[in-house]
Each structure stands twice: as structure tokens, then as C-alpha cells.
Write a protein that binds this ligand. Sequence first.
Ligand code: GDP
Length: 179
Amino acid sequence: LPEIALAGRSNVGKSSLINALVNRNGLARVGSTPGKTRVINFYNINDVLMLVDLPGYGYAKVSAKERQSWSELVETYLTGRKQLKAIVLLVDIRHQPTADDQTMIRFIRESGYIPIVVANKMDKIGRSQLKKQLDLIRTTLGLDESIEIIPFSAVKKTGVEALWQRIEESLPESTEHGW
Ligand code: GDP
């Protein structure tokens, strides 16, 4: 099956986003201890695609050794992964992306993927802040205007359709969409 991977800092809402995407509560584990997700979780979506939940990064209390094992795990997964069609980078719309996010976006690019950037927790900011925050994310991640940032709220389920559409566009033509 084609795979779509999801990456982001711990606590950015990756599990919540997966739940919002598949519209089922209690599928992904939400609110797990930050920094403790040390495996890659695969979610089979209707036998059409796999959502691949990469372990969160950037948790402050993580040792150098754990960072190393994170990098090895993720690099091993990403390297030569033919069925991987896109990587979604999830950031928090309230904050400037971190150095780890910048590393991740570079990593995505160097692996030959065009990132799908999702700005989560938009329910936490006012409408008037939206453009400023999106610009901050764009600038910090070095995204040109051709890359759309999808404002998202896993809580309010805002942006779900836009994200599904981007995911669909990344899938091979032959993929039969069962949703
Ligand atoms: P993960 O570590 O990236 O998997 O993050 P979780 O999905 O466990 O979410 C971390 C925390 O952020 C939890 O308390 C969630 O309820 C909260 N959260 C996730 N998405 C949103 C969102 O869109 N809006 C708000 N307000 N909170 C969110």
C-alpha cells in the first residue's frame, strides 16, 4: 500500500490529527507521555493507504542517545522507501517552528519529498492572527509560495478535507479511493 508519513514535535497533536483524519476516537493514542513514542505506528486506512506515524521529536528531556536512536529509526524508514508518497509535517500554529522542525523539513526535502505542511491548533488563535502565524511558519521553514500551509484543528476538525485532498493528490493515479 502507498504510505503517507506524519512528522512533528511531541505534543503538536499528531495522534489527535490521525484521529480527526480517520474520524474515529480512540484509534491513535492521544496524550501519551511526550518523548516516549519510540516506535513507528502504521494505520491501515481502508486498505487504500497506510498512515505512518513517525515518533515525535524535540522533547526537551531526551538524551543524546535517544535522539540518536530517533534519527536512526526515522532515517532507516525513509531511506529508499518506494511506497512512501508524501510526508506531512505538523507544526503548532501558535509558535515559531523550532530548529528541530527546520531539520525535519530539510530532511524531507533531501529525501526528495515535497512536504505537506499542516499548522495545527488553529482553534487556539484568533482569526486576526492567522496570516501572521502562517507567514512566520512559512519564513521559518523556508517554504516558497507554491507550498500551501494547511491551517488545521484536530479538536474542531478544521482542515480535514483540505488535508485529505492533498494526501489524495500525492497518491499514485491507480489508487482506488474507498472513502
Ligand atoms: P502528539 O504527541 O503529537 O501525538 O499530540 P497529541 O495528539 O497527544 O496532543 C497533545 C495535546 O494537544 C493534547 O492535550 C491534545 O488534546 C491537544 N491538541 C491536539 N490537537 C489540538 C487542536 O487542534 N487544538 C487544541 N486546542 N488542542 C489540541
